[in-house]
Design a protein around this ligand. Sequence first.
Ligand SMILES: NC(=O)c1ccc[n+]([C@@H]2O[C@H](COP(=O)([O-])OP(=O)(O)OC[C@H]3O[C@@H](n4cnc5c(N)ncnc54)[C@H](O)[C@@H]3O)[C@@H](O)[C@H]2O)c1
Length: 420
Amino acid sequence: MKPMRLAILGCGSRGRTYARIAAKLNDRYEIIAVADPDQAKTSTVVNLCEAGGVNVFDSDEALFAEGKIADVLIIATQDAQHYSHAMQALDLGYDILLEKPAAETLERCEQLDAKAREKGCRIAPCFVLRYTPFYRAVREFIDSGRLGRIMNIRASEGVDAFHQAHSYVRGHWANAAKSSPMIVAKCSHDTDLMCWFADSSPKRVSSFGRLDWFKPENAPAGAPKRCTDGCPVAGDCIYDAHRYINETRNYLRMVMPGAEASSRSGEGVSDEQILEFIRTSPWGRCVYHCDNDVVDHQVLAVEMENGITASLTMTAFDCNRSIEIHGTRGSLRGGEPYREGGAAELWFRDHRDGKFEKVPVEQTSNDGYASHGGGDFGIIDALDRQFAGPNALEPGLMGIEGHRLAYLAEESRLAGGEPR
Ligand SMILES: NC(=O)c1ccc[n+]([C@@H]2O[C@H](COP(=O)([O-])OP(=O)(O)OC[C@H]3O[C@@H](n4cnc5c(N)ncnc54)[C@H](O)[C@@H]3O)[C@@H](O)[C@H]2O)c1
């Protein structure tokens, strides 16, 4: 089999992550083109590949002007660009691995789906959690039939307070209008999983959510606009930007030029460079004095077409995801918070005898499984099977139901919880 030829549009944090994994699987994938206006980023990808094998473009226009030059286009630009980039790629006949969210409105997701069907092309959104050993184990357990008929699903997503501040208060996804609403930007993974596990689509959705904490009225007395301006509570503040120099340094990989390999081992950038970065960039701002408007806590409740009811809690003030699936024969429960607390990562309770049974989750030492619980590796590992061969996806936008659930939840939240 010839390696699948990949082109990558957008070589930011996500684009480079996929490139690194694909470059390691070089018997199956060949990166033949990259496009990004930032030359340092395209060079990083080029350096992962065989010399002379990668065509470099400095814009989307330049890449698209070449026509269809690869089997699959990975689109890893920012949220507001996905729709236009995916539409242009479909016109050229590309199969697409598309970063989530697929588009910034439900209507546009539906247009992408319709266009992909018309063109006979497949769009796989980067719902990387589907490809993790943990959620694959959940799916396999459902398929085993041991839960009986599923009645409800309860999911929880703890964003983590510092992560919330980094991405949704100071960072790229702080403003819904510039990126996407929180329930779409962060939780479309969860809404996708809920629809995937229910094998259904949303019928009625209701949601409530608010931005309550990351606001000026909660700023400690005397807190300046930037952490570097002598904040009186810095020593006790969860969000103190000086923490980027030490324990939260790895977050800089996503946002600070040159900080790719940023860890305490001295790779990447120096402490002095980080200090300058937090003095000048959005990531040094006091979290109570930013221009953020996305929620920091939200709940949604949904009735699926097949009768399953499900709920999701998103909160900045918890850490990691958990899930419970209740069926007529038993319940499945699991997630990182259980494992952290010393319980099994995934377990089953049989309603008949009340016994608990640990459900195995594949543990792998593969480095690629480090990110998104293994999903980043898993999605690239699955790419050639999804886009070629007997088990390839059907044309269309895979996972449109999860997008629908997230967008309907946001509509409902904005309407004060009115069902949608
Ligand atoms: N699947 C996931 O779990 C997950 C996680 C984080 C982010 N994301 C999504 O992935 C996407 C990318 O996020 P990121 O953190 O890599 O962002 P990023 O800002 O690091 O990367 C975006 C890249 O696109 C490039 N770009 C901008 N305009 C371009 C153009 N016209 N042509 C070519 N390149 C262009 C930028 O220079 C940048 O390098 C976002 O939509 C984000 O929401 C998904």
